[in-house]
Design a protein. Structure first.
Length: 255
């Protein structure tokens, strides 16, 4: 599954460019109000509070963040669907190449794909988490702008702080995508095993990471009955998976 993860990383880089674009748009909003209302490069909270100027700025910022969120959800959903299909097909190929099993029912079930995408495995689904992240981003930016005007900060100081806040949100988005990618890959693996009649699976730690204590304890341990195995990913950035217990060596080659 390594190639799926690696390709997703490249797609994520493109997605994170949206944060750069949003950041520039928000910075321009701040620059515009300074050009329009400041005197000698200074703009106070009192001055910005006149004639709904601050409210208008907040609304412009919120619209930019909302647009960013809509694009992010659309992109993540598309990637998750594609990654499910790729993972399902890879597991199907491994099963067909392995001995001792008659593989049936290899067609991807669209209802299972939708269930995997919308399942709140971490307490909420990816869309809800993405929306909450953007709501938090909007609040952070609003606080940054308000504090900037109250403290009499310059436009360069305010845009620098806005950049930091936006980059933090982009990092959270990257971590969300990595976790959801791991979950969708393992959901596809589970669904294909179940359809093939596999009864037991074994935990396989990712070969390209420093294994954490939690994953290390599970790696190569006693098999789990399919459906009773711990939910993956176990932690952020986790790429561990489950393989058919009888085919651990094959699983290691395709991890």
């Amino acid at each position: 599954m390594k190639e799926i993860y690696n390709l997703q990383e490249k797609k994520t880089i493109n997605l994170l460019r949206l944060y750069k674009e949003a950041q520039k748009d928000m910075e321009q909003c701040i620059v515009d109000v300074f050009l329009k209302y400041s005197e000698g490069g200074e703009l106070t909270y009192t001055e910005m509070s006149k004639y709904n100027r601050l409210t208008t700025l907040y609304n412009d910022i919120n619209n930019i963040v909302k647009d960013l969120g809509n694009k992010e959800v659309k992109a993540i959903r598309s990637d998750l669907i594609e990654n499910y299909h790729k993972a399902y097909e890879q597991v199907d190929e491994v099963l067909k190449a392995g001995p001792g099993i008659e593989v049936v029912g290899s067609k991807v079930n669209k209802q299972l794909v939708e269930k995997a995408i919308t399942y709140p495995w971490s307490g909420s689904d990816f869309k809800t988490r993405s929306v909450k992240n953007k709501e938090y981003l909007a609040r952070r930016i609003r606080d940054t702008i308000t504090r900037g005007f109250v403290d009499g900060k310059s436009v360069s100081e305010m845009t620098k702080e806005l950049k930091t806040v936006t980059e933090t949100s982009a990092y959270e988005a990257r971590r969300l995508i990595r976790s959801e990618t791991s979950h969708i890959i393992n959901s596809a693996t589970h669904d294909r095993y179940k359809m093939a009649g596999i009864e037991k699976v074994q935990f396989l730690a990712a070969a390209d990471e420093v294994t954490c204590d939690d994953c290390g304890e599970l790696d190569g341990g006693e098999p789990f009955i399919l459906g009773q195995e711990p939910m993956l990913p176990i932690h952020p950035n986790c790429r561990c998976t489950y393989v058919r217990s009888e085919e651990r060596r094959v699983g290691k080659e395709c991890s």
